[in-house]
Design a protein around this ligand. Structure first.
Ligand code: F6R
Length: 655
């Protein structure tokens, strides 16, 4: 079944890759293969030995296996399982332990005898860990080795917890977790300081010895590392790349996770476009020209016939006739992305000769002022990702609203709250009972270094972020009555990985849309945020828009996606580029500075520890430099957006 979805081999990919329209379909197919294997072993035969993974990736696979058990009688009586890994220091009943995860998602719902389940034990004392690991390997050998190994991939390229640096000969052992991995898990543990530092994991060698290996990868945030694992050199820096060395492996991806592969990013390098069912449409033309300009380090208008020919782009030249014509096509497309009037201009005050307001839809071009809704997942994404554009929209006289989708309370440290409590304690503003409580909380923090977790304290943390957002918006000229703090309830779930959108989330978003009837919506299309909050916020918008399709404003609304602190748009994805002056860059910096509690967020050891304002400035300056290098114009900085058709957006597939 996987074979049907396996891509034709090409010289860039070093392992077989199957791509599915969605992770759900992919999971069903993998579950089907596992079910077939289980059913093909007769009673009395050697058991089927499954190597299991945890994390968000296999959740839908386990759900399908449970369904097959319940509805189609798939029995696990003759199955033995070995999990890849477990955090050190977590008891099996800890809600974030992998023991617990496996019970919740699989073991409690199928007829797998407890004696046939194996996971490394995270509570083994240090001195006994080596012996425990050897025993784990021995148990795998004793049942005849692993028949089918399921894998996910971490953002560091890890399989199991084989972090960069693990060798191909490594066996089950104690490992130290990479800072990126810990950061990704920090949300589940209520902060980095509570996240385990080490784990026991099967080694690379242990994994490679399995008779069949399927690595699954979903979502845009995995696209880059998947490309490295599939197309890059085999290297201990990306341990998933070791899988290139075995014949029994399959990578199973959804469409967006496969998006960075050469066949999708630069398909002309793979072969003629027609052979791949593709055409030289506007997007492809632009993407190719931008790529060529960067490869040749030349502005677009200086590319020659030789540049195209030597890069194997004769087909593109044939479409346009000459390098000159091809260049112009690419150049105009890029030039038309630039506007200093992101919401359009007051038509009454527009004089002939004024700069054009290019990328806006004709239908709303003459509406002035526009109702603009900026959706900010956390209370700082607005200024971090589009602070300059926000200031412009306000200055141009539009009715700008900012809606903060989640409270952001989880990212406020106890120390930040303690400082606010000190103010309450010392200002003498609270009634005697409250003053006493606050005094006690401060004293607790001073002795233990932590505050107790409670809904009330979480609410206070949310207020701190709210006030920072109000101050930042004020820098952009936005009064507090244009700010909407939605506090979407999905964010309050105890475990980040178990967060799901609910009816109330969508209803809150839908109500806001109905109330504002926006002409323009700016939303975070930044799906690489480590905790997945941005993705859920975008889903919430998507579902809310789906409910609004019959409302009169829907047919006119324009949707622009920004990307923020963690990644930028590729040049060829940009539809709207808003240039900023040096003064505007400084103003945006002042706005970002108002989010004082978020400075710690950038202080993870080993990670790019630049603060948000720096990341923002670097990214928007680099983008301006890239536009300049293409031969367009020399700006101080640029904020970029991608147009998203609201109609197409209603299909989650793209997320
Ligand atoms: C899980 C494991 C890890 C995960 C990887 C991806 O047992 O060993 O390698 O597969 O970290 O995690 P998710 O699926 O949560 O993105």
């Amino acid at each position: 079944m996987l074979a049907q979805h396996t891509l034709a081999p090409n010289r860039f990919e070093h392992v077989p890759v199957a791509v599915f329209p969605s992770s759900l379909e992919a999971s069903r197919t993998v579950a089907g293969e596992i079910a077939e294997l289980i059913r093909s072993r007769r009673q009395g035969d050697r058991p089927v030995v499954l190597g299991l993974a945890t994390g968000s990736t296999p959740v839908s696979l386990y759900a399908e296996l449970v369904r097959l058990h319940r509805e189609e009688g798939l029995s696990f009586a003759n199955v033995v399982t070995f999990n890849l890994d477990e955090y050190c220091g977590l008891r099996p009943d800890h809600p974030e332990s992998y023991h617990h995860f496996m019970r919740v998602h699989l073991f409690d719902h199928v007829d797998l005898p407890a004696a046939q389940v194996h996971l490394p034990d995270g509570t083994v004392p240090n001195a006994a860990i080596d012996a425990h690991c050897r025993e784990y390997e021995e148990m795998i050998r004793a049942v005849g080795g692993i028949d089918f190994q399921i894998l996910g991939i971490g953002r560091t390229g890890h399989i199991g917890f084989n972090e960069p640096g693990s060798t191909r000969r490594s066996r089950t052992r104690l490992v130290t977790l990479d800072p990126v991995t810990r950061r990704d898990a920090a949300g589940d543990f209520g902060g980095e300081e509570h996240t385990p530092r080490s784990a026991i994991t099967m080694g690379v060698r242990t994994i490679l010895e399995a008779r069949r290996i399927v690595l699954m990868g979903w979502g845009q945030h995995k696209a880059g590392i998947l490309r490295a694992a599939i197309e890059g050199e085999v290297s201990s820096q990306v341990t998933a790349s070791f899988l290139q060395e075995c014949d029994q492996v399959h990578f199973v991806l959804d469409q967006v996770a496969a998006g960075a592969l050469t066949r999708y990013r630069t398909p002309w390098l793979v072969g003629p476009l027609e052979d791949q069912g593709l055409a030289w449409d506007e997007r492809m033309t632009r993407r190719t020209i931008l790529w060529l300009s960067q490869q040749r380090k030349k502005p677009i208008l200086k590319l020659t016939d030789d540049d195209y020919n030597e890069s194997g782009l004769q087909d593109l030249l044939r479409v346009y006739g000459s390098a000159y014509e091809t260049n112009l096509a690419g150049f105009y497309q890029m030039q038309h992305t630039i506007t200093g009037w992101p919401g359009g201009r007051d038509p009454a005050r527009t004089k002939p000769g004024d700069a054009p307001v290019r990328p806006l839809r004709a239908s709303s071009a003459n509406v002035f002022p526009k109702r603009v809704l900026v959706l900010s997942p956390h209370p700082d994404d607005d200024v971090i990702s589009m602070g300059g554009t926000l200031c412009r929209l306000v200055e141009h006289g539009h009715e700008v609203h900012v809606a903060y989708q989640v409270s952001g309370a989880n990212a406020v440290s106890d120390e930040s709250l303690w400082r606010s409590l000190l103010f309450v304690r010392d200002a003498g503003l609270a009634d005697p009972a409250t003053a006493k409580r606050v005094q006690k909380l401060c004293a607790d923090y001073e002795t233990t270094g932590a505050l107790p977790a409670s809904p009330e304290l979480t609410h206070w943390k949310a207020l701190i972020r709210r006030h920072e957002a109000i101050a930042a918006a004020a820098v952009c000229g936005l009064p507090a009555d244009r700010l909407h703090f939605l506090d979407l309830p999905f964010y309050d779930s105890a475990s980040v990985r178990r967060r799901q959108l609910g009816e109330r989330d969508v209803e809150i978003m839908h109500r806001l849309l109905g109330q504002l009837r926006p002409h323009l919506i700016f939303a975070a299309g930044d799906l690489d945020d480590p905790h997945g909050t941005h993705r859920l916020c975008l889903h919430a918008l998507c579902d809310a828009l789906a409910r609004a399709t019959n409302e009169p404003w829907f047919s006119e609304v324009e949707l622009w996606l920004y990307r923020g602190a963690w990644a930028g748009w590729e040049l060829d994805e940009i539809d709207l580029a808003v240039p900023l002056s040096p003064q505007e860059v400084l103003r945006r910096r002042r706005a970002i500075f108002r989010h004082e509690t978020q400075k710690d967020q950038a202080l993870f050891p080993g990670e790019d520890s630049r603060e948000f304002w720096r990341r923002t400035e670097d990214r928007s300056r680099q983008l301006a430099e890239a536009y300049n290098a293409l031969g367009l114009a020399e700006y101080e900085a640029i904020e970029a957006f991608r147009r998203q058709s609201p109609e197409e957006f209603l299909h989650h597939g793209q997320l």
